[in-house]
Design a protein around this ligand. Structure first.
Ligand code: PEP
Ligand code: NA
Ligand code: MN
Length: 609
């Protein structure tokens, strides 16, 4: 039974974890909710919560025939994406936040936040969600507790993480440390005031205290701002833990590939938000004899094991994928997972028969929809039906191609790491780095055109080191140095090979230079054959690219010359790129590792010769 405390009486809590009980009491005293509710994570509880959310108008129940146990939410139009401008790393010293993060003095920030949180849950329920990122039976389970006044957050966190009674019992048994993660919509209700479907505040603060390992999020109900186990914990706070404890918390997917000879390889890959991580993670190969399975689509924790091998796990339990562009043609594995139900959609369009739709979901566009803002929509409308950052939130175990190893707390050994961005020019389809440090250089200079996943301009090229720009919880130069020094723990023979990929290069006539999606299995095959030492490559100043003949083009309407164009290293484009990298590196000041400056010097020299 969930323990429900009504009024001002917040005891007894369903745990003897004294630190946790004290924190919950302290928060309750500050935010002054109507009641405190400890989330148990059960099916019955989730049913009650979603029923309430339907009554409140936050969720729309979808047609149970086509989308069983699934719901659609429509946010406030000003609360649709992560707010990077309002995201802060409040380390004790400003230097430790680095130039890629917003910083404010932690005590000043606390004071500001205490002001905002005081009374912020009046008229609402304060939910306490015990959760674990990664495995509950890991050697060192990574616990968290999110306090929130949003039932939508509770229901979404239930999909994205392991939450509830079992987690709390284990935390209690171990008297474990946990990351306190405090979230409020910042929309208290006065006595008798009626609620809006998507409460939030025009003022938003997403704040991390790295030394304290705590998170305070105010004003937004949206995914990455509010589901605090995900970006805030599993990337920003975890990256700081990883720095201190000697591991890596990365913005990566994990793929398992099995060759026709039945050899298996695990690959991790980092791409910025909305650049196809979920599509690659759920790759449906177009080449004969290759099998692809997935372990994760967004976040990867990696550490060197006892034998110097790099081991990886996915700390999440669900997908929080960008819906537009996810469809039966581009990502049938995601569509099959979604079709099993148990999903929450946000800012998608509704079909007339109680289903959902978004751009790219089906080849045929419906004649009539209700768009994400509740307006009538037809193909003649000049706006998209779904918001470009509309999302599906779906349990990962609904993916048919989920690898069994997903459930192994020891994870899998990574053989190759891919870094990728969205670039119209300059960056070849695939390039193998010269060695590990050269691969870190590639990752550190990764660049991509901005997308709708974050508020702000779309389509501007920005540097995004390891696709972690919005997620590094400390100084970016220290982060790159951590990547370099960590490999001293590796068996050099087993160090993963590093590759740079770009599915988004354009030809002179504006079309894509490479078809992408399932055809990316051909690139993965080349990557594996490079590991095995069987595929040809051409050495260029930036690294090794495929020869026209070394990529398997069987059944693909593409000539070796077109492949050459997709992998071309154009000296003029690279002259501009070197300039861009130079400018990027100058922003690090003296925190840039000397090894990476040397890499840039070496690259310039190779182009000069
Ligand atoms: C999010 O925006 O809520 C989110 C999870 O971000 P991303 O697209 O980077 O995964
Ligand atoms: Na769960
Ligand atoms: Mn992401």
């Amino acid at each position: 039974m969930p323990v429900v405390h009504v009024g001002g009486d917040h005891t007894p809590a369903p745990t003897t974890h004294a630190g946790l009980v004290a924190w919950v009491q302290e928060v309750a005293d500050m935010v002054q909710p109507d009641r405190v509710y400890w989330v148990n994570g059960s099916e019955a509880e989730n049913k009650a919560l979603t029923d309430e959310l339907v009554d409140a108008g936050t969720l729309r129940r979808l047609n149970p025939e086509t989308f069983p146990n699934s719901f659609a939410a429509f946010s406030d139009p000003a609360d649709v994406a992560r707010v990077e401008e309002q995201t802060f790393i409040c380390s004790q010293n400003e230097r430790d936040a680095g130039f890629t993060n917003n910083w404010m003095d932690p005590s000043q920030m606390k004071e500001k936040l205490r002001g905002l949180f005081t009374g912020s849950m009046r008229g609402r329920t304060m939910y306490v969600i015990p959760f674990v990122m990664g495995h509950l039976d890991a050697a060192n389970p990574k616990f968290g507790v999110e306090i929130t006044d949003s039932a939508y957050v509770v229901s979404s966190m239930r999909i994205m993480a392991n939450i509830g009674t079992e987690v709390l019992a284990r935390m209690t048994e171990l008297n474990a440390e946990y990351v306190p993660a405090l979230h409020s919509l910042g929309a208290p209700l006065a006595e008798g005031e009626t609620d809006v479907p998507w409460p939030c505040n025009s003022e938003k603060w997403i704040v991390h205290f790295p030394e304290e390992r705590s998170i305070w999020s105010f004003g937004s109900g949206y995914g990455g701002n509010a589901l605090l186990g995900k970006k805030c914990y599993a990337l920003r706070i975890a990256s700081v833990m990883a720095r201190d404890e000697g591991w890596l918390a990365e913005h990566m997917l994990i793929l398992k590939l099995t060759s026709p000879e039945n050899k298996t390889y695990y690959v991790s890959a980092a791409f910025p938000s909305a650049c196809g991580k979920t599509n690659l993670a759920l790759l449906d190969p177009t080449i004969e004899g290759w099998k692809v399975e997935t372990l994760g689509d967004d976040i990867t924790w990696m550490r060197f094991g006892d034998e110097g091998e790099l081991r990886a796990i996915n700390p999440e339990a669900g997908l929080f994928g960008v819906a537009p562009g996810t469809g039966w043609l581009t990502n049938p594995n995601a569509m099959r997972a979604i079709a099993k139900g148990n999903s929450i959609f946000t800012n998608v369009a509704l079909t007339d028969d109680g289903g959902v739709w978004w751009e790219g979901m089906t080849a045929e566009v419906p004649d009539h929809l209700t768009d994400w803002q509740g307006n009538e929509w037809t193909p003649a409308s000049d706006k998209t039906a779904a918001h470009p950052n509309a999302r599906f939130c779906t349990p990962i175990d609904q993916i048919d191609m989920l690898a069994d190893e997903f459930n192994d707390p020891n994870g899998v050994e990574i053989s190759a790491i891919l870094f990728g961005g969205r670039r119209k020019t300059t960056v070849p389809l695939v390039t193998q780095s010269r060695d590990w440090t050269n691969g870190i250089f590639m990752g550190s200079t990764l660049s991509s055109e901005t997308t709708a996943a974050a508020a702000g301009e779309v389509g501007r090229v920005r540097r995004d080191p390891m696709a972690m720009l919005p997620f590094i919880g400390y100084d970016a130069g220290d982060y790159l140095r951590h990547w370099i020094t960590l490999s001293s723990k590796a068996d050099q023979e087993r160090l993963p090979k590093i590759f740079l990929v770009n599915w988004f290069r354009r030809t002179a006539d504006g079309g894509f230079a490479w078809p992408g999606f399932g055809e990316n299995s051909r690139v993965m095959k080349w990557v594996i054959e490079r590991l095995e030492g069987t595929a040809d490559a051409v050495e260029t100043p930036i690294g090794y690219v495929p020869t026209g003949a070394s990529l398997d083009l069987t059944g693909l309407d593409m000539t070796p010359e077109e492949v050459d164009a997709a992998v071309r290293v154009d000296p003029e484009e690279w002259a501009a790129e070197l300039q861009g990298i130079q400018e990027w590196y100058s922003r690090f000041g003296d925190s840039l590792p000397a090894e990476l400056q040397d890499q840039l010097t070496g690259l310039k020299e190779r182009f000069a010769h």
